[in-house]
Design a protein around this ligand. Structure first.
Ligand code: FES
Ligand code: FES
Length: 159
């Protein structure tokens, strides 16, 4: 049975009448037209659908929308400020840390969650944080360099 469900997406209040057991990924992509979270495996393995919920990285394909009432969702669309990219986005661009880009949104949000908890992670901590994010293009090495650059940029005062 449908319910009225309200939550914040990228600081915008959203209210929907929908079945509470629908995956958040479908609600974001199909109802709200927020398309940065990608459908990869649909089973919680690849990380392409990752978003932040109250600052924690979450797989939106495995999250029922009824469980996020009143919570704060951040997607890639919420990171830039106008034309100014977030430092993590800048670093990914600088290091060309993607090829097809399918994994990139999930990677960047996982990195944001990591850097908000630990501003200067070691390389092994970065690898551990991204271990469950699959990149079929093999951009892993450039992703690691981008994360280290992003950490330095954010330490230098960029948000
Ligand atoms: S699509 Fe959600 S983890 Fe792969
Ligand atoms: S850049 Fe293609 S899957 Fe990672």
């Amino acid at each position: 049975m449908k319910e009225t469900i309200s939550f914040l997406v990228n600081n915008q209040q959203v209210t929907l009448l929908t079945e509470p057991d629908r995956p958040l990924l479908w609600v974001l992509r199909n109802d709200l037209r927020i398309t940065s979270p990608k459908f990869g495996c649909g089973e919680g393995y690849c990380g392409a659908c990752t978003v932040l919920i109250d600052g924690e990285s979450v797989r939106s394909c495995q999250t029922e929308v009824g469980r996020i009432k009143g919570r704060r969702i951040i997607t890639l669309e919420g990171l830039s400020q106008g034309d100014k990219l977030h430092p993590i986005q800048q670093a990914f661009l600088k290091h060309e840390a993607f090829q097809c880009g399918f994994c990139t949104s999930g990677m960047i949000l996982e990195v944001l969650a990591l850097l908000q908890k630990k501003a200067q992670p070691t390389r092994s901590e970065i690898i551990k944080a991204l271990d469950d994010h699959l990149c079929r293009c093999g951009a892993h090495k450039r992703i690691l360099m981008a994360v280290e650059e992003a950490a330095a940029l954010m330490k230098g005062g960029q948000r």
